[in-house]
Design a protein around this ligand. Structure first.
Ligand code: NAP
Length: 479
Protein backbone atom coordinates (compact mmCIF):
# COMPACT_ATOMS: atom_id res chain seq x y z
CA UNK A 1 0.00 0.00 0.00
CA UNK A 2 1.01 3.64 -0.27
CA UNK A 3 1.59 4.95 3.23
CA UNK A 4 0.27 8.46 3.61
CA UNK A 5 2.42 10.39 6.05
CA UNK A 6 1.85 13.70 7.79
CA UNK A 7 4.79 15.45 9.42
CA UNK A 8 4.01 18.33 11.77
CA UNK A 9 6.69 21.03 11.77
CA UNK A 10 9.23 21.96 9.09
CA UNK A 11 12.35 22.49 11.20
CA UNK A 12 15.57 20.44 11.18
CA UNK A 13 13.64 17.32 12.27
CA UNK A 14 10.65 17.49 9.93
CA UNK A 15 12.83 18.26 6.92
CA UNK A 16 15.17 15.34 7.73
CA UNK A 17 12.20 12.97 7.99
CA UNK A 18 10.71 14.17 4.69
CA UNK A 19 14.01 13.77 2.84
CA UNK A 20 14.60 10.30 4.25
CA UNK A 21 11.05 9.16 3.40
CA UNK A 22 11.31 10.50 -0.14
CA UNK A 23 14.62 8.67 -0.54
CA UNK A 24 12.82 5.51 0.53
CA UNK A 25 10.26 6.02 -2.25
CA UNK A 26 7.52 7.35 0.05
CA UNK A 27 6.23 10.38 -1.79
CA UNK A 28 2.80 10.72 -0.15
CA UNK A 29 4.27 13.02 2.48
CA UNK A 30 2.65 16.22 3.70
CA UNK A 31 4.41 18.63 6.03
CA UNK A 32 2.15 20.90 8.06
CA UNK A 33 3.89 24.09 9.15
CA UNK A 34 2.17 26.78 11.17
CA UNK A 35 4.60 29.48 10.05
CA UNK A 36 5.17 30.86 6.59
CA UNK A 37 8.68 29.51 6.04
CA UNK A 38 10.63 26.41 7.00
CA UNK A 39 13.33 26.56 9.68
CA UNK A 40 11.65 25.96 13.06
CA UNK A 41 13.63 27.52 15.89
CA UNK A 42 16.11 28.91 13.37
CA UNK A 43 13.29 30.89 11.77
CA UNK A 44 11.87 32.07 15.10
CA UNK A 45 14.98 32.97 17.10
CA UNK A 46 16.20 36.16 15.45
CA UNK A 47 17.67 37.84 18.53
CA UNK A 48 20.92 39.78 18.04
CA UNK A 49 23.90 37.43 18.27
CA UNK A 50 21.82 34.26 17.69
CA UNK A 51 24.19 31.53 16.60
CA UNK A 52 24.70 27.86 16.97
CA UNK A 53 26.76 26.56 19.89
CA UNK A 54 27.64 23.30 18.17
CA UNK A 55 30.27 23.67 15.38
CA UNK A 56 28.50 23.99 12.02
CA UNK A 57 30.35 21.17 10.22
CA UNK A 58 28.64 18.91 12.78
CA UNK A 59 25.43 20.94 13.22
CA UNK A 60 24.30 20.16 9.67
CA UNK A 61 22.99 17.12 7.82
CA UNK A 62 25.61 14.42 7.13
CA UNK A 63 24.23 14.06 3.60
CA UNK A 64 24.47 17.78 2.90
CA UNK A 65 27.80 19.21 4.04
CA UNK A 66 28.07 22.95 3.51
CA UNK A 67 31.55 24.18 2.55
CA UNK A 68 30.33 27.80 2.71
CA UNK A 69 29.87 28.16 6.47
CA UNK A 70 31.37 31.59 7.22
CA UNK A 71 32.62 30.53 10.63
CA UNK A 72 32.84 27.56 12.96
CA UNK A 73 29.67 28.62 14.80
CA UNK A 74 27.37 29.88 12.07
CA UNK A 75 24.84 32.59 12.87
CA UNK A 76 21.06 32.19 12.74
CA UNK A 77 20.68 33.81 9.26
CA UNK A 78 23.19 31.38 7.72
CA UNK A 79 21.61 28.34 9.40
CA UNK A 80 18.14 29.38 8.25
CA UNK A 81 19.50 29.97 4.74
CA UNK A 82 21.06 26.46 4.81
CA UNK A 83 17.72 24.89 5.80
CA UNK A 84 15.84 26.78 3.08
CA UNK A 85 18.36 25.66 0.46
CA UNK A 86 18.22 22.02 1.62
CA UNK A 87 14.41 22.15 1.50
CA UNK A 88 14.50 23.33 -2.10
CA UNK A 89 17.36 21.10 -3.24
CA UNK A 90 15.61 17.95 -1.98
CA UNK A 91 12.26 19.05 -3.41
CA UNK A 92 10.61 19.15 0.01
CA UNK A 93 8.88 22.51 -0.42
CA UNK A 94 6.14 21.14 -2.64
CA UNK A 95 5.16 18.85 0.26
CA UNK A 96 4.77 21.72 2.76
CA UNK A 97 1.48 23.36 3.64
CA UNK A 98 2.28 26.66 5.34
CA UNK A 99 -0.03 28.45 7.77
CA UNK A 100 -1.34 25.06 8.91
CA UNK A 101 -1.57 24.91 12.69
CA UNK A 102 -2.50 21.50 14.10
CA UNK A 103 -4.78 21.51 17.14
CA UNK A 104 -5.73 17.84 17.54
CA UNK A 105 -4.85 14.37 16.24
CA UNK A 106 -6.86 11.22 16.88
CA UNK A 107 -6.40 7.57 15.96
CA UNK A 108 -9.24 5.41 14.70
CA UNK A 109 -8.78 1.65 15.15
CA UNK A 110 -11.44 0.76 12.58
CA UNK A 111 -9.90 2.69 9.68
CA UNK A 112 -6.36 2.44 11.14
CA UNK A 113 -5.82 6.08 10.34
CA UNK A 114 -4.96 9.31 12.09
CA UNK A 115 -7.23 12.30 11.68
CA UNK A 116 -5.42 15.59 12.00
CA UNK A 117 -7.48 18.68 12.78
CA UNK A 118 -6.18 22.15 11.92
CA UNK A 119 -6.98 25.46 13.61
CA UNK A 120 -8.79 26.40 10.38
CA UNK A 121 -11.22 23.51 11.02
CA UNK A 122 -9.87 21.42 8.10
CA UNK A 123 -9.39 17.70 8.76
CA UNK A 124 -6.78 15.54 7.09
CA UNK A 125 -6.18 11.78 7.23
CA UNK A 126 -2.95 9.80 7.21
CA UNK A 127 -1.55 6.36 8.01
CA UNK A 128 1.55 7.57 9.82
CA UNK A 129 1.81 10.72 11.91
CA UNK A 130 5.13 12.36 12.73
CA UNK A 131 5.08 15.33 15.10
CA UNK A 132 8.42 17.13 14.70
CA UNK A 133 7.85 20.07 17.01
CA UNK A 134 11.14 20.04 18.85
CA UNK A 135 11.63 20.50 22.57
CA UNK A 136 12.41 24.20 22.41
CA UNK A 137 9.71 25.78 20.30
CA UNK A 138 7.33 27.27 22.89
CA UNK A 139 8.73 30.28 24.75
CA UNK A 140 8.32 30.16 28.51
CA UNK A 141 7.46 33.40 30.29
CA UNK A 142 8.24 33.59 34.00
CA UNK A 143 5.47 33.56 36.60
CA UNK A 144 6.45 36.83 38.24
CA UNK A 145 3.85 38.96 40.00
CA UNK A 146 2.92 42.13 38.14
CA UNK A 147 4.40 41.03 34.79
CA UNK A 148 1.40 42.42 32.92
CA UNK A 149 1.64 45.79 34.69
CA UNK A 150 4.92 46.79 33.04
CA UNK A 151 4.15 49.80 30.86
CA UNK A 152 7.08 49.62 28.41
CA UNK A 153 7.83 47.11 25.67
CA UNK A 154 8.55 43.56 26.87
CA UNK A 155 9.31 40.52 24.77
CA UNK A 156 10.86 37.04 24.82
CA UNK A 157 14.22 36.40 23.17
CA UNK A 158 12.62 33.77 20.89
CA UNK A 159 10.09 36.38 19.68
CA UNK A 160 12.45 39.35 19.47
CA UNK A 161 10.61 42.57 18.73
CA UNK A 162 12.84 44.27 16.16
CA UNK A 163 10.56 47.32 16.16
CA UNK A 164 11.73 48.20 19.66
CA UNK A 165 14.73 50.49 19.42
CA UNK A 166 17.10 49.70 22.30
CA UNK A 167 19.50 52.60 21.62
CA UNK A 168 20.04 54.60 24.77
CA UNK A 169 17.38 52.68 26.71
CA UNK A 170 17.42 51.20 30.21
CA UNK A 171 17.07 47.51 29.45
CA UNK A 172 16.34 44.71 31.93
CA UNK A 173 17.14 41.10 31.01
CA UNK A 174 15.70 38.19 32.99
CA UNK A 175 17.58 34.91 32.61
CA UNK A 176 21.19 33.91 31.96
CA UNK A 177 20.86 30.79 29.78
CA UNK A 178 22.17 29.96 26.30
CA UNK A 179 20.02 32.64 24.60
CA UNK A 180 20.78 35.49 27.04
CA UNK A 181 24.53 34.97 26.97
CA UNK A 182 24.39 35.47 23.20
CA UNK A 183 22.22 38.59 23.03
CA UNK A 184 23.62 40.37 26.13
CA UNK A 185 27.03 41.12 24.53
CA UNK A 186 25.28 42.04 21.25
CA UNK A 187 23.05 44.72 22.81
CA UNK A 188 25.33 45.96 25.64
CA UNK A 189 27.14 48.57 23.50
CA UNK A 190 23.82 50.09 22.32
CA UNK A 191 21.93 50.57 25.55
CA UNK A 192 22.19 53.21 28.27
CA UNK A 193 22.06 50.59 30.99
CA UNK A 194 21.66 46.84 31.11
CA UNK A 195 20.41 45.19 34.28
CA UNK A 196 20.68 41.42 34.17
CA UNK A 197 18.67 39.33 36.62
CA UNK A 198 20.45 36.05 37.28
CA UNK A 199 18.76 33.29 39.24
CA UNK A 200 21.37 30.57 38.64
CA UNK A 201 24.70 31.18 36.90
CA UNK A 202 25.74 28.90 34.02
CA UNK A 203 29.18 27.35 33.55
CA UNK A 204 30.94 29.16 30.73
CA UNK A 205 33.86 27.78 28.73
CA UNK A 206 35.84 29.30 25.84
CA UNK A 207 34.07 29.24 22.49
CA UNK A 208 37.12 28.75 20.27
CA UNK A 209 35.24 30.24 17.34
CA UNK A 210 37.09 30.65 14.03
CA UNK A 211 36.40 32.35 10.74
CA UNK A 212 36.24 30.09 7.70
CA UNK A 213 37.77 32.41 5.10
CA UNK A 214 37.69 31.89 1.31
CA UNK A 215 40.74 29.60 1.39
CA UNK A 216 39.18 27.42 4.04
CA UNK A 217 35.89 27.27 2.12
CA UNK A 218 37.65 26.42 -1.15
CA UNK A 219 39.51 23.60 0.61
CA UNK A 220 36.20 22.28 2.04
CA UNK A 221 34.69 22.46 -1.45
CA UNK A 222 37.59 20.84 -3.34
CA UNK A 223 38.51 18.23 -0.75
CA UNK A 224 35.26 17.30 1.03
CA UNK A 225 37.19 14.83 3.17
CA UNK A 226 38.71 17.79 5.05
CA UNK A 227 35.30 19.02 6.19
CA UNK A 228 34.21 15.44 6.86
CA UNK A 229 37.33 15.10 9.03
CA UNK A 230 36.46 18.29 10.91
CA UNK A 231 32.93 16.95 11.43
CA UNK A 232 34.33 13.73 12.82
CA UNK A 233 36.70 15.66 15.07
CA UNK A 234 33.85 17.69 16.59
CA UNK A 235 31.75 14.56 16.98
CA UNK A 236 34.59 12.99 18.98
CA UNK A 237 35.18 16.15 21.05
CA UNK A 238 31.50 16.43 21.96
CA UNK A 239 31.32 12.75 22.86
CA UNK A 240 34.21 13.43 25.26
CA UNK A 241 32.31 16.42 26.70
CA UNK A 242 29.23 14.23 27.15
CA UNK A 243 31.40 11.58 28.78
CA UNK A 244 32.55 14.24 31.25
CA UNK A 245 28.95 15.05 32.13
CA UNK A 246 27.63 11.50 32.15
CA UNK A 247 30.34 9.04 33.09
CA UNK A 248 33.63 10.48 34.24
CA UNK A 249 34.24 12.57 37.33
CA UNK A 250 37.87 13.00 36.25
CA UNK A 251 36.86 14.59 32.94
CA UNK A 252 34.19 16.63 34.75
CA UNK A 253 36.91 18.01 37.02
CA UNK A 254 39.01 18.94 33.99
CA UNK A 255 36.01 20.65 32.40
CA UNK A 256 35.27 22.52 35.65
CA UNK A 257 38.89 23.67 35.81
CA UNK A 258 38.67 24.99 32.23
CA UNK A 259 35.50 26.93 33.08
CA UNK A 260 36.99 28.29 36.31
CA UNK A 261 40.15 29.56 34.58
CA UNK A 262 38.09 31.19 31.82
CA UNK A 263 35.67 32.78 34.29
CA UNK A 264 38.44 34.00 36.61
CA UNK A 265 40.30 35.63 33.74
CA UNK A 266 37.26 37.22 32.19
CA UNK A 267 35.91 38.68 35.44
CA UNK A 268 39.25 39.82 36.91
CA UNK A 269 38.50 43.51 36.17
CA UNK A 270 35.58 43.68 38.63
CA UNK A 271 36.17 42.60 42.23
CA UNK A 272 33.47 40.25 43.49
CA UNK A 273 32.13 39.40 40.01
CA UNK A 274 33.69 35.94 39.91
CA UNK A 275 31.88 34.96 43.12
CA UNK A 276 28.56 36.11 41.63
CA UNK A 277 28.87 34.15 38.39
CA UNK A 278 30.56 30.97 39.61
CA UNK A 279 28.00 28.09 39.84
CA UNK A 280 27.48 25.96 42.94
CA UNK A 281 26.13 22.84 41.20
CA UNK A 282 28.12 20.17 39.29
CA UNK A 283 29.15 20.94 35.73
CA UNK A 284 26.85 19.53 33.05
CA UNK A 285 23.73 19.59 35.25
CA UNK A 286 22.53 22.57 33.22
CA UNK A 287 23.82 23.03 29.71
CA UNK A 288 27.41 24.33 29.86
CA UNK A 289 27.71 27.43 27.67
CA UNK A 290 30.35 28.62 25.24
CA UNK A 291 31.17 32.31 25.21
CA UNK A 292 34.15 34.64 24.99
CA UNK A 293 32.01 37.78 25.08
CA UNK A 294 29.33 37.39 27.79
CA UNK A 295 31.55 37.72 30.87
CA UNK A 296 33.50 40.69 29.43
CA UNK A 297 30.11 42.38 28.78
CA UNK A 298 29.32 42.02 32.49
CA UNK A 299 32.43 44.03 33.32
CA UNK A 300 31.26 47.08 31.35
CA UNK A 301 30.22 50.26 33.18
CA UNK A 302 26.64 50.24 31.88
CA UNK A 303 25.96 46.67 33.08
CA UNK A 304 24.68 45.57 36.46
CA UNK A 305 24.28 41.92 37.45
CA UNK A 306 21.52 41.45 40.01
CA UNK A 307 21.50 38.19 41.92
CA UNK A 308 18.92 38.78 44.63
CA UNK A 309 15.51 37.27 43.83
CA UNK A 310 12.88 39.18 41.87
CA UNK A 311 9.89 40.08 44.00
CA UNK A 312 7.62 41.65 41.41
CA UNK A 313 7.46 43.68 38.22
CA UNK A 314 5.90 47.15 38.33
CA UNK A 315 4.93 49.70 35.69
CA UNK A 316 8.44 51.13 35.36
CA UNK A 317 10.78 48.42 36.52
CA UNK A 318 11.60 45.40 38.62
CA UNK A 319 11.62 45.08 42.43
CA UNK A 320 14.02 42.59 43.95
CA UNK A 321 14.50 41.64 47.58
CA UNK A 322 17.14 44.36 47.89
CA UNK A 323 16.12 47.15 45.57
CA UNK A 324 14.21 48.77 42.72
CA UNK A 325 15.54 48.70 39.15
CA UNK A 326 14.12 51.14 36.60
CA UNK A 327 13.63 49.75 33.08
CA UNK A 328 12.32 51.06 29.75
CA UNK A 329 12.31 47.59 28.18
CA UNK A 330 12.23 44.05 29.61
CA UNK A 331 13.64 41.11 27.66
CA UNK A 332 12.80 37.60 28.82
CA UNK A 333 15.64 35.16 28.21
CA UNK A 334 13.69 32.63 30.22
CA UNK A 335 13.79 29.60 27.95
CA UNK A 336 11.13 27.24 26.68
CA UNK A 337 8.30 24.98 27.86
CA UNK A 338 10.57 22.03 27.07
CA UNK A 339 8.88 19.33 29.13
CA UNK A 340 5.44 19.86 27.56
CA UNK A 341 6.40 18.16 24.27
CA UNK A 342 3.29 17.99 22.06
CA UNK A 343 1.24 20.52 24.08
CA UNK A 344 -1.00 22.31 23.12
CA UNK A 345 -1.96 19.67 20.53
CA UNK A 346 -4.55 17.23 21.77
CA UNK A 347 -3.38 13.69 20.84
CA UNK A 348 -5.76 10.74 21.28
CA UNK A 349 -4.71 7.14 20.66
CA UNK A 350 -6.48 3.77 20.90
CA UNK A 351 -9.62 3.48 23.02
CA UNK A 352 -9.75 7.24 23.52
CA UNK A 353 -6.46 7.28 25.48
CA UNK A 354 -5.04 10.80 25.58
CA UNK A 355 -1.30 11.29 25.37
CA UNK A 356 -1.53 13.81 28.17
CA UNK A 357 -2.94 11.08 30.42
CA UNK A 358 -0.43 8.47 29.22
CA UNK A 359 2.30 10.97 30.14
CA UNK A 360 0.80 12.17 33.42
CA UNK A 361 3.99 11.17 35.31
CA UNK A 362 6.26 12.75 32.69
CA UNK A 363 6.74 12.11 28.98
CA UNK A 364 8.45 8.91 27.87
CA UNK A 365 8.72 7.04 24.60
CA UNK A 366 10.69 4.17 23.09
CA UNK A 367 13.89 5.81 21.84
CA UNK A 368 11.85 9.01 22.12
CA UNK A 369 9.82 7.90 19.11
CA UNK A 370 6.90 5.57 19.85
CA UNK A 371 4.36 5.09 22.64
CA UNK A 372 2.14 2.02 23.27
CA UNK A 373 -1.50 2.70 22.47
CA UNK A 374 -0.57 5.29 19.83
CA UNK A 375 -0.07 3.23 16.66
CA UNK A 376 1.91 4.71 13.78
CA UNK A 377 2.81 7.79 15.80
CA UNK A 378 6.51 8.65 15.63
CA UNK A 379 7.75 11.67 17.55
CA UNK A 380 10.91 13.43 16.44
CA UNK A 381 13.11 14.97 19.18
CA UNK A 382 10.75 13.25 21.61
CA UNK A 383 11.36 12.46 25.29
CA UNK A 384 14.93 11.57 26.31
CA UNK A 385 16.51 12.32 22.95
CA UNK A 386 18.14 15.61 23.80
CA UNK A 387 21.90 15.61 24.16
CA UNK A 388 23.73 17.34 26.99
CA UNK A 389 26.75 17.93 24.77
CA UNK A 390 26.36 16.71 21.17
CA UNK A 391 24.52 17.78 18.02
CA UNK A 392 20.78 17.30 17.95
CA UNK A 393 20.95 17.04 14.14
CA UNK A 394 22.77 13.72 14.59
CA UNK A 395 19.90 12.44 16.74
CA UNK A 396 17.31 13.70 14.24
CA UNK A 397 19.00 11.87 11.38
CA UNK A 398 19.00 8.68 13.46
CA UNK A 399 15.26 9.15 14.03
CA UNK A 400 14.62 9.87 10.33
CA UNK A 401 16.27 6.54 9.44
CA UNK A 402 14.14 4.75 12.03
CA UNK A 403 11.02 6.37 10.60
CA UNK A 404 11.89 5.35 7.07
CA UNK A 405 12.33 1.68 8.09
CA UNK A 406 9.07 1.85 10.06
CA UNK A 407 7.14 3.31 7.14
CA UNK A 408 8.70 0.69 4.82
CA UNK A 409 7.21 -1.96 7.09
CA UNK A 410 3.79 -0.29 7.33
CA UNK A 411 3.65 0.07 3.54
CA UNK A 412 4.76 -3.47 2.76
CA UNK A 413 2.67 -5.23 5.43
CA UNK A 414 -0.35 -2.98 4.99
CA UNK A 415 -0.88 -2.90 8.74
CA UNK A 416 -0.44 -0.45 11.58
CA UNK A 417 2.12 -1.01 14.34
CA UNK A 418 1.62 -0.59 18.05
CA UNK A 419 4.59 -0.74 20.42
CA UNK A 420 4.47 -3.75 22.76
CA UNK A 421 3.90 -2.49 26.32
CA UNK A 422 6.59 -4.82 27.71
CA UNK A 423 9.18 -3.41 25.28
CA UNK A 424 8.25 0.11 26.37
CA UNK A 425 8.36 -0.82 30.08
CA UNK A 426 11.78 -2.50 29.90
CA UNK A 427 13.25 0.41 27.92
CA UNK A 428 11.79 3.03 30.24
CA UNK A 429 13.03 1.19 33.35
CA UNK A 430 16.55 1.12 31.92
CA UNK A 431 16.54 4.79 30.92
CA UNK A 432 15.15 5.98 34.25
CA UNK A 433 17.60 3.83 36.23
CA UNK A 434 20.50 5.39 34.34
CA UNK A 435 19.07 8.89 34.63
CA UNK A 436 18.50 8.48 38.37
CA UNK A 437 22.29 8.32 38.81
CA UNK A 438 23.01 11.16 36.40
CA UNK A 439 24.33 14.66 37.03
CA UNK A 440 21.03 16.09 35.76
CA UNK A 441 19.30 15.13 39.03
CA UNK A 442 21.51 17.56 40.94
CA UNK A 443 19.91 20.87 39.97
CA UNK A 444 16.73 22.11 38.31
CA UNK A 445 16.72 22.77 34.57
CA UNK A 446 14.60 22.40 31.45
CA UNK A 447 15.86 18.81 31.28
CA UNK A 448 13.47 17.85 34.15
CA UNK A 449 9.70 17.85 34.47
CA UNK A 450 8.00 19.28 37.57
CA UNK A 451 7.79 15.71 38.96
CA UNK A 452 11.61 15.59 38.93
CA UNK A 453 11.70 13.02 36.12
CA UNK A 454 14.33 13.83 33.48
CA UNK A 455 12.31 13.97 30.29
CA UNK A 456 14.72 15.74 27.93
CA UNK A 457 18.02 13.93 27.91
CA UNK A 458 19.36 10.71 26.47
CA UNK A 459 21.38 9.07 29.27
CA UNK A 460 24.38 8.01 27.17
CA UNK A 461 26.55 8.97 24.23
CA UNK A 462 25.22 9.91 20.78
CA UNK A 463 26.94 6.85 19.33
CA UNK A 464 24.94 4.57 21.64
CA UNK A 465 21.69 6.15 20.48
CA UNK A 466 22.69 5.69 16.81
CA UNK A 467 23.66 2.06 17.43
CA UNK A 468 20.54 1.12 19.37
CA UNK A 469 17.71 3.19 17.86
CA UNK A 470 17.03 0.85 14.95
CA UNK A 471 13.60 -0.28 13.90
CA UNK A 472 12.86 -3.89 14.84
CA UNK A 473 9.47 -5.20 13.69
CA UNK A 474 9.42 -7.59 16.68
CA UNK A 475 9.07 -4.64 19.06
CA UNK A 476 5.61 -4.00 17.63
CA UNK A 477 2.23 -5.67 17.34
CA UNK A 478 0.73 -5.51 13.86
CA UNK A 479 -2.88 -4.37 14.13
P1 NAP B 1 17.34 28.27 29.50
O1 NAP B 1 18.67 27.66 29.31
O2 NAP B 1 16.23 27.45 30.02
O3 NAP B 1 17.57 29.56 30.38
C1 NAP B 1 16.51 30.26 30.94
C2 NAP B 1 17.06 31.27 31.95
O4 NAP B 1 15.98 31.98 32.51
C3 NAP B 1 17.78 30.59 33.10
O5 NAP B 1 18.86 31.39 33.48
C4 NAP B 1 16.70 30.55 34.18
O6 NAP B 1 17.20 30.50 35.49
C5 NAP B 1 16.03 31.89 33.92
N1 NAP B 1 14.68 31.96 34.45
C6 NAP B 1 13.62 31.20 34.08
N2 NAP B 1 12.53 31.56 34.79
C7 NAP B 1 12.93 32.54 35.64
C8 NAP B 1 12.28 33.30 36.65
N3 NAP B 1 11.00 33.10 36.95
N4 NAP B 1 13.00 34.22 37.33
C9 NAP B 1 14.30 34.41 37.04
N5 NAP B 1 14.98 33.73 36.10
C10 NAP B 1 14.30 32.80 35.42
O7 NAP B 1 16.78 28.90 28.12
P2 NAP B 1 17.57 29.39 26.84
O8 NAP B 1 18.71 30.25 27.22
O9 NAP B 1 16.61 29.95 25.89
O10 NAP B 1 18.17 28.05 26.27
C11 NAP B 1 17.40 26.85 26.18
C12 NAP B 1 18.13 25.84 25.33
O11 NAP B 1 18.00 26.22 23.98
C13 NAP B 1 19.61 25.73 25.56
O12 NAP B 1 19.98 24.94 26.66
C14 NAP B 1 20.09 25.17 24.25
O13 NAP B 1 19.90 23.78 24.20
C15 NAP B 1 19.14 25.85 23.28
N6 NAP B 1 19.77 27.05 22.74
C16 NAP B 1 20.82 26.89 21.93
C17 NAP B 1 21.44 27.98 21.43
C18 NAP B 1 22.56 27.79 20.53
O14 NAP B 1 22.72 26.81 19.86
N7 NAP B 1 23.40 28.74 20.51
C19 NAP B 1 21.03 29.25 21.74
C20 NAP B 1 19.94 29.39 22.56
C21 NAP B 1 19.31 28.28 23.06
P3 NAP B 1 17.40 29.06 36.23
O15 NAP B 1 18.63 28.47 35.63
O16 NAP B 1 17.54 29.40 37.65
O17 NAP B 1 16.18 28.26 35.94
Amino acid sequence: MTARVIIIGAGFGGIAAAIELKRGGHDAVLLLEKGDEVGGVWRDNTYPGAACDVPSPFYSYSFEPHPGWPRRYAGQPQILDYLIKVTDKYDVRRHVRFGAEVVACSWDDASRKWTVRLASGDELECDVLIPALGQLSRPSYPQINGRETFSGPAFHSARWDHDVNLDGKKVAVIGTGASAIQFVPAIQPLVASLTIFQRTPPYIVPRWDAEYGPRHQTLFRRVPQVQAGERLGWFAYLEVATTAFVYSSLLARAFTALARRHTRRQTAAVPGLFEKVWPDYPVGCKRALLSDTYLPALTQRNVQLVTDPIDHIGASGIRTAEGWHEADVIIYGTGFAATDFLVPMDVTGRDGLSLEKAWAEGAHAYFGLTVPGFPNLLIMYGPNTNTGGGSIVYFLETQARYIRAYVDQVASAGSALDLKPEVDAAFDAEIQRRLDDSVWTRCSSWYRAASGRITANWPGLSAEYRRRARFRPDDYLAI
